[in-house]
Write a protein that binds this ligand. Structure first.
Ligand code: BV8
Length: 249
């Protein structure tokens, strides 16, 4: 596999002791999981993800929002990790000081073998009731139809309250421990790889800035331009599944 990095940067990565792999929805795109902005096809195409992923939307129409997340969760269950996820896990094995920090709510990093990925925005697989009690999501949802629509959310078996997706919605605080761990990793790493994120959602999008201010080399992998282009040392135009494995070739 041909090398994709300028020489100086290739050495920087090869000698890095601490690496952060910071990922967004783009790393799961080649697994067939729609990116966040594209997570609205078919019946969902008339909605805006930024409006559905809010407490207000869930309060206004719990079945609509719960149905969207069930549809997304089923899509993730049918997907497999791609070469990008596998490369992130391989990097952790090669460089033990590597931390995967993801904005994604899928479990593809885990299924590719990444150890303890930091989930800044929660998970599709950790529903809880609005009072905070964990809820065991039914595992047999592989037969969810592709055109799933609104579905009334279940009720908590402990308190009877509505069950909600275990994700961080817009206007909700990120899990303190996760964000603290992510900032700590970004501020003490030698290299931060920003993979498949549009870099528009905060405070997650601050992490590459934290890294570069701390003297790390920041490398972006994305087919498109993003607001992060200007703060990255290297912008690799291409997909995660193709370029991430090549970083260590
Ligand atoms: C909060 C879970 C405060 C739900 C998500 C400044 C500071 C702090 C907050 C703000 C701020 N400015 C604005 C805000 C408010 C807001 C925000 O950021 N708004 C944006 C729209 C401007 N932030 C919040 O509300 C956050 N909370 O600040 O709380 C607070 C504090 C105390 C007490 C109370 C409140 C919460 C933000 C989290 C929202 N939840 N996800 C769900 O998934 O449904 S965010 C969601 O959108 C994703 O998780 C992801 O983070 C984001 C989308 O970004 P990407 O992952 O990048 O995906 P996207 O589709 O956009 O882009 C994909 C990219 O991949 C593209 O660039 C594409 O080119 C590329 N790509 C495509 N294919 C490939 C590829 N790349 C590589 N390979 C490929 N094959």
């Amino acid at each position: 596999m041909q090398r994709v990095l300028p020489d100086g940067v290739a050495e920087r990565i090869a000698t890095a002791g601490r690496v952060v792999v910071f990922t967004g929805a783009g790393i799961s795109a080649e697994s067939g999981v729609p990116t966040f902005r594209d997570a609205l096809t078919g019946l969902w195409s008339r909605f805006d993800a930024y409006e559905l992923a809010t407490p207000e939307a869930f309060e206004a129409d719990p079945a609509l929002v719960w149905g969207w997340y069930e549809w997304r969760r089923a899509a993730v269950r049918k997907a497999e990790p791609n070469a990008g996820h596998v490369a992130a896990a391989a990097l952790q094995a090669l460089v033990p000081g590597t931390v995967v920090v993801t904005q994604n709510v899928d479990d593809l990093h885990e299924r590719a073998g990444s150890k303890d990925p930091v989930h800044l925005h929660g998970s599709l697989f950790a529903p809880r009731c609005v009072a905070g009690h964990p809820f065991d999501a039914p595992s047999g949802d592989d037969d969810v139809p592709d055109d799933l629509g609104p579905v009334p959310p279940p009720r908590c078996t402990a308190c009877g309250a509505l069950v909600r997706p275990g994700v961080v919605w817009f206007g909700e605080a990120l899990p303190r421990a996760a964000f603290t761990a992510a900032v700590e990793a970004a501020s003490s790493c030698d290299v931060l790889l920003s993979i498949g994120t549009s870099g528009v959602v905060y405070p997650a999008a601050e992490l590459p800035v934290v890294a570069t201010r701390s003297g790390a080399t920041v490398i972006q992998v994305n087919p498109d331009e993003t607001p992060l282009d200007d703060i990255c040392d290297v912008n690799l135009r291409g997909t995660a599944a193709r370029l991430l494995p090549a970083l260590y070739a």
